[in-house]
Write a protein that binds this ligand. Sequence first.
Ligand code: AHG
Ligand code: MN
Ligand code: MN
Length: 313
Amino acid sequence: MLNKSQTLTDFLLHEEITSPPVNGSLTMVLLQIENSVKIIGSHIKQSGLVDILGKTGYKNAFNDEVQRFDDLSNTLLVTTLLSSGEVYAVASEELKEPIYSKNKGGDFIVCIDPLDGSSNVDCNASLGTIFSIYKKGDNILQKGNDQIAAGYVLYGPSIMFVLTTGKGVNGFTLDPSIGSFLLSHSNIIIPEKGSQYAINEGYSSNFTNQTKKFLKSFKSNGAKLRYSGCMVSDVHRILIQGGIFLYPADNKNPNGKLRLLYEINPMAFIINQAGGLAVSDGIDPLTILPNSVNQTMSIVLGSKDNVKIYKSF
Ligand code: AHG
Ligand code: MN
Ligand code: MN
C-alpha cells in the first residue's frame, strides 16, 4: 500500500495558501529546479553507460578542474532558470560572474552549486545539487538570512529533494516509476546531539588547536568518522542521524574551502530550520554580508549540542 502520495508540486501549492513568501512565482522557480535535477539525476544513473564522465580540461573560479558533469549540470540549471521568466539572475559555482535574464525581468536571484562532490563522479559515489533563492535586491550579494528558500538534492541510492522555505525542512524522495518527488520526510528535525563527525581528517596536520582539541575529545567519547567528499551527502547524514560536519579553516587555507553563497548559506539555513546550529569563523554565517560571489569561509554545522561544544574549545 502506497502511503506517500503528496508530490512536491502538491506541497508547494499548499504552501502558497498557508506560508508566504511561497507564491506562484517561487513555486515556478522551484519546479524548474525540480525538472533540472530530475534530468541531472537521470544522467547520473546512466553515467557508467553513456559517454559523460571525465574532465572538460578547464578550471573554474575556485581553481577546481571542471568535470563534464559539472558543465552539463550547470548549463541545464542556468538555462532552465533563466528561461522561466521568474529569475533575474543566476550565480553559480561554475560561473565567474552571475548571468542575468535578457530583459532584466524576474524577481529572484538563484545561487547554485550545480554538482556537489564532483570528484565522486568517476567512481559512482554520492553527488548533490545545492540551491539558494533570494528576492531581487539592490545587490546580488545578500546575507544568508535573506534567503527565502534553499535546498539540496542528494543523488544517492534514491534521489532526495530537501527543501526549506523558512518554515521547517521537508524531504521528498523521487519515485522513479512515476517520475515525481513524493513527501517522504515531513518536518525533519536534526537530533540534538550525535556521535558522528564528518571532516577531511587527511588535513589534520594543518588543523587549528580548536579543531584538534575538539576532535580529540569527541573521539575519546567514541565518535565515529563518516566522510564522503560530497557535502550534500555528509550534511544529509548529519541532518538525519545527528553529529557534526566540519570544513574548518586551517593553517594552509585560512579562509576555508567551501563557498558562502553556494554551499554554506543554503546548508546553514536548512540546518537552522531543522533545529541545528552553524558557525563560520565564530559567528552565524547567515549574518555575514558576502564580499564577493566567490567568498569562501570555514563552516561547522550540525546538532546543537555538538556545535556548542565545538565553539567552547
Ligand atoms: P564541489 O564538487 O562542488 O567542488 O564541492 C566539493 C566540496 C564539498 O562537497 C566537500 O565537502 C568538499 O569539497 C570536499 O573537499 P576535500 O576533498 O578537500 O575534502
Ligand atoms: Mn560543492
Ligand atoms: Mn560543485
